[in-house]
Design a binder for this molecule. Structure first.
Ligand code: IVH
Length: 705
């Protein structure tokens, strides 16, 4: 079929094919334009494709795709993931924990189906993989999209990322015309350890456990990052199908296997609860040596006809359940409590334990969070562990619940040594001796030493060179720490004088471990490359408490230049007046964050260090919001249900056009965008005579229609 076939003459089958082709073409064009800044077709060609797509959808509304290009607002790849509505909802599983409950599960199903206790009933049993679920849609054997579970009804479009995963076939031979394969994306223990080591060396983010690593890796906006992360996939279920895969669950799994998917080798059929339980124990025994995380065993009725009859409750199938493993627990001695000092000066207590195996992993440290936690209270002041405090010398119960970082669940007071004393949380910093202060409302005690505290200085430097901040190739956490201990780098500015001070002495680097002339010279070049830096990255790199990546972006866009930002922070110092009000007027900047930035700039030593750094840099101005847009300078409020974009998407788009988005209607409001279900805000706007438009009119106004 050629593009010339007029829309009116397309048959339904041709239309379906053409919509798929247009979705692909437009997705490629969008990516090229928005994400790669390299348009491949002219605007006119792009518009013609979009019009044709809309024309076909108007003629065949039922064929409109869940990833229809008409639903795409702006630049999905650059702004976040697009949304995909699942053709069949992605559900979760009911849990059971005790052996007897397996018999009850079986009895419930028999009752529902009207089967006697002796009638045969077969189940499957398989490991419950601890990853994140993914739905893969194949049409005519081609992978057309991949979506995360999201809220079960609508997930995120992660197609490009899924394509980079080796276990996910991009084409299938002999598959049903429509096939949605569902399964779990996960990361093996070995790959997880290697990834974290690599990340730590580069000064990048490390992950708490393989599941978080898998989720973080799949949900990367840049598929080339996902490609570098060793993700895997087990298929265990399906969504929409144009024809059945088999008559049984086991048959369907075998079919998926023969289509080229990885299916779990520990999947078996069982006749009745006793066999299910036996397989549960068999899997539990192998758990520590599987090489990937599982958190239970899933039982499913094997006969798909019976599955259909059993159907679903609101969010879970009646024909399946998860038999969860108990939390992994072990008892051991608490030998010491050490205090670590972080970048923002937080004093974090760490339990040093007599090494003990918890679920196949040797544990010798556990987090103790903060002083209240040690005392027996959580962050809200509520009693935990029946109020028992934790003391050095205690016999403590350690658990790992999904997280790799173990925690202390309980203390056995009967074994507490008589001499054990309540833990005296330090009130001075163990690293620099400065006073450690706990502010009201903060569960954490912090060192007040700022940059004179070596622990804070090192953590700040590590943050400074991390991804998202300066991200200097060859200068990761390990290297800055080494340079700090050598006295070569005390603060960020020193990074940029490294060549001058030690440069003729490439020699000096040459002889040390891991460094040669080439790598030293590469490092100096990499540092020079970063002298020119976007304003937002510089603000983020300063490592000011409460100022993360997105807040840095807000500040950068608001102030535009380093000079303006720095001047404004100085002017806002009394925490009142025009500059202070202006800072607080930024949507997304609250008082806590504002106070934190202004205070950082007001501290003499910190300010001097920032100034020394800024003098080394050429700071790129942040793109100011488009000043000539029809909504620039206007205060806009969104209310009701938005159907073509999420609320946060709408807000980001409006802000990028120079509008200020507010959460409530007042006399200052210029425009109310009201979707269905708009209530009191619409009423108030009407009373105040504020212009009110619907979502389509908004899109037309800003040229996104
Ligand atoms: S079957 C209709 N099988 O566990 C139910 N789920 O807690 C389809 N999971 O959302 C799910 N391993 O992400 C199934 N072997 C397995 C699984 C499994 C892990 C996940 C899945 C599900 C969650 C429910």
């Amino acid at each position: 079929m050629s593009q010339e076939t007029p829309v009116e003459q397309l048959t339904e089958a041709e239309a379906r094919e053409e919509l798929a082709r247009l979705a692909d073409l437009l997705a490629v064009a969008n990516r090229a334009y928005h994400a790669e800044d390299a348009p491949q077709i002219s605007d006119a060609e792009y518009d013609a494709l979009k019009r044709r797509n809309a024309g076909i959808e108007a003629r065949f509304p039922s064929l409109k795709r869940s990833d229809s290009p008409s639903d795409m607002v702006g630049a999905p790849v650059a702004e976040g993931f697009g949304k995909i509505t699942h053709a069949v909802r992605m559900l979760s599983l009911d849990n059971l924990f005790e052996g007897e409950e397996v018999t009850e599960f079986d009895a419930r199903i028999r009752r529902y189906l009207g089967l006697g206790a002796d009638d045969p009933l077969t189940y499957t049993a398989e490991p419950k993989i601890d990853g994140l679920s993914l739905s893969l849609r194949y049409e005519n054997g081609e992978l057309v999209h991949a979506a995360t579970r999201g809220d079960g009804a609508v997930g995120e479009n992660v197609t490009e990322n899924a394509r980079t995963i080796d276990d996910i076939p991009v084409t299938l031979d002999g598959a049903p015309e429509v096939l949605e394969v569902r399964g779990e994306v996960y990361m093996s223990h070995a790959d997880f350890e290697a990834l974290n080591t690599r990340q730590a060396e580069r000064g990048g983010k490390t992950f708490a456990n393989p599941r978080n690593a898998a989720a973080g890796s799949l949900r990367q906006l840049d598929p080339s990052i996902t490609r570098d992360r060793p993700l895997r996939f087990f298929a265990y279920a399906w969504g929409a199908l144009s024809e059945p895969l088999s008559e049984t669950q086991m048959g369907a799994i075998k079919r998926l296997d023969s289509l080229g998917f990885q299916t779990n080798p520990l999947t078996v059929t069982c006749d009745g609860p006793a066999e299910l339980l036996a397989h549960y124990h068999a899997i539990e025994e192998q758990r520590a040596t599987l090489g990937y995380d599982i958190d239970g065993v899933v039982y499913k009725v094997d006969d798909l006809g019976l599955q259909r009859r059993l159907g679903f409750r609101s969010t879970t199938p009646r024909w399946a359940t998860a038999h969860k493993f108990p939390a992994e627990l072990a008892w051991t001695w608490l030998e010491a409590i050490d205090i670590q000092v972080g970048r923002t000066g937080a004093l974090s207590p760490v339990a040093r334990l007599q090494p003990v195996t918890v679920g196949g992993v040797v544990v010798s440290n556990a987090t103790l969070h903060n002083e209240d936690y040690i005392d027996g209270r959580d962050s809200k002041g509520e009693v935990i562990r029946d109020g028992k405090d934790i003391r050095v010398g205690d016999w403590v119960q350690v658990y790992r619940a999904g997280d790799v970082i173990p925690k202390i669940a309980d203390v056995d007071l009967s074994k507490r040594p008589e001499a054990a004393q309540p833990f005296a949380f330090p009130t001075t910093c163990p690293e620099c001796g400065s006073e450690a202060i706990r502010e009201e409302g903060d569960a954490v005690r912090r060192c007040s030493g700022g940059l004179i505290c070596p622990a804070q200085a090192i953590e700040k430097l590590k943050h400074f060179v991390s991804r998202g901040a300066f991200d200097i190739e060859g200068l990761g956490a390990k290297q800055v720490e080494q340079f700090y201990r050598d006295g070569w780098i005390k603060e960020p500015a020193d990074i940029f004088t490294l060549r001058d001070h030690y440069g003729s002495g490439l020699q000096q680097l040459k002889n040390r471990e891991g460094w040669g002339e080439k790598s030293a010279s590469n490092l100096f070049d990499a540092i020079d490359e970063r002298r020119r830096i976007p304003l937002a990255k510089l603000i983020f790199a300063l490592g000011i408490r409460h100022v993360g990546e997105s807040a840095s972006g807000l500040l950068a866009r608001h102030y535009g230049s380093w000079a303006a930002f720095e001047a404004a922070m100085g002017a806002a110092e009394p925490l009142e007046g025009e500059a202070w009000d202006d800072l607080l007027s930024i949507d997304g900047v609250g008082e806590v964050m504002a106070r934190s930035v202004v205070t950082a700039f007001a501290q003499e030593a910190e300010r001097a260090s920032i100034d020394r750094l800024a003098a080394m840099l050429d700071v790129e101005e942040a793109a100011r919001p488009e000043a000539d847009s029809p909504v620039a300078g206007k205060t806009v409020v969104f209310t009701g249900t938005l159907e073509k974009m999420t609320r946060s998407e709408a807000k980001a788009r409006a802000e990028s056009l120079g509008a200020k988005v507010s959460g409530s209607v007042s006399a200052k409001t210029d425009l109310l965008v009201a979707g269905p279900g708009a209530g009191s805000k619409a009423k108030k706007a009407a009373e105040l005579g504020i212009e009110t438009i619907d979502e389509d009119a908004w899109l037309a106004l800003i040229g996104d229609a």
